[in-house]
Design a protein around this ligand. Sequence first.
Ligand code: CP
Ligand code: NVA
Length: 316
Amino acid sequence: MTTTTLGLLPQKDLLTIAQLGSGDVETIFETTRSIKGDRAAWSRALAGKRLAMIFEKDSLRTRFTFDVGMQDLGGSAVFMDHRDVRLGSRESLKDMAKNLERWVDGIVARVYKQRALEELAANCSIPVVNGLSDHVHPCQALSDFFTLTERWQDVAGRRVVYVGDGNNTCHSLLHVAARLGAHITVCSPEGYEPNARVVSEAMLIARETGSDIQIVNDPEQAVKGADAVYTDVWASMGQEDEIEERSAIFNDYRVDEELMALARPDALFMHCLPAHRGQEVTAGVIDGPNSIVYDIAENRLHVQKAILVLLMGRDR
Ligand code: CP
Ligand code: NVA
């Protein structure tokens, strides 16, 4: 199957879902379904293409799925570990981008600052994909909602309730939910709500799609009627020195069996992983029958292969 039968994304990079136009998420999902359904048919889609993977933070899922994804598509990936050397400290991001574009066909970067991704993208002609920043985690939220479409067919009108820190994962969930017309409630302790600019971006998109967005503080009220309950770690990478303080603040925001009992009886449990059993979620919930965490992790592979094909699958 050629990629042109499905259409390509109009933009060069995927730095945040807020940059995607209406229809782009559907294009990614349609391509994902095709790739997931027939791996062999796509095995030469990126033949000879190379991907640079630059990571300032740890990773299991993102690193493996982009690397294996490139191999599945006939290409290759080169990993550059930047956990000990912050991007921009040895040489400028501009010089890095201008070197990399001479050797590879795309970049996936996991960074602290969203600005670092923007600077890389602005200084090269090849696609740059956000593999997580402090601000957003777009590939994660796309995989989350792709997994929900597999369960529910249509996510429009369904409600996902995110309980926890208004962080990078939460921001991208807001963007994707709004884009797809899904309802989303974010329930965080006061002072840990999602970024106001992200909420405005999502609300603007929601006006077109009919998505309802609620930002609240009471978990028991929030999860009532939820079709899915999502949580993430209380302290993200880079916030290790806040773990103790946050554990006390988030203690009432743990997703446990009692909280899940207030959601719909068939409500799904979601988490981007890595998870900390006994902190943000109990073992009974994450290891229970309604947990879809490993389906989401599997779909990281298929969704990111679609993103790579859609961004790198043509000569620029
Ligand atoms: N969910 C996720 O991005 O996992 P990693 O941090 O292991 O890549
Ligand atoms: N919010 C988490 C997500 C990890 C995949 C973090 O940034 O550490």
